[in-house]
Ligand binder design. Sequence first.
Ligand SMILES: [Zn+2]
Length: 162
Amino acid sequence: MSTAEEFWARVEKTDGCWLWRGGNRGNGYGTFWVDKKRYYAHRYAYFLTHGYMPQGIILHACDTPSCVRPSHLSDGTPADNVSDMWSKGRGKPPPVLVGEAHPHTRLTDATVLHIRQQYASGQYSQRRLARTYGMNHASIGAIVRHETWRHVGGPHPTKAAA
Ligand SMILES: [Zn+2]
C-alpha cells in the first residue's frame, strides 16, 4: 500500500466533511505518521493533493478540525499577514508539530524538486513560487537555475518559462 493509500484508508468520507479516523492529538486535529515524522492529517491531505506543504496555516472552510477533505482546505499563506494578526492579539497561532513546514523551515529535497517542476511547467512565475514557499525571489531563482541544491536534480528551466 502506498503512503497515500494508507492515508485515505483512514478517512471516512461523508457528503460534507471527510473525517480523519486515524490518530489525533487530543485537540481535534488528526495526525499521521510518515517516516517517523508526525504530520497533521489535514496538512498531509493538502500535501497529497497539491504536492507541497503550505508554509503557513491551512484554513478549514468547514471549521471541522478533523476534516481532511481537500476542497475544504486552503493555504493560509501569506504567513506574514497571519503572524501580523497574532501579534495584534487576534486569532491564535496554528498548531505546529516538530518537523512541520512553517515559515522558517528549511527546504527539503522533495520541496526543491517540486519547485523546479512547477517552474518548468511554465505555469508558475518565480515571484509566485517565492510567495507560495515563503522565500525571497533570489532564492527561488537560484533553485530553478540549479545554482543551489544541485544534488536534487529535476527539470531545468525551459526558454519559454525563463
Ligand atoms: Zn470539512
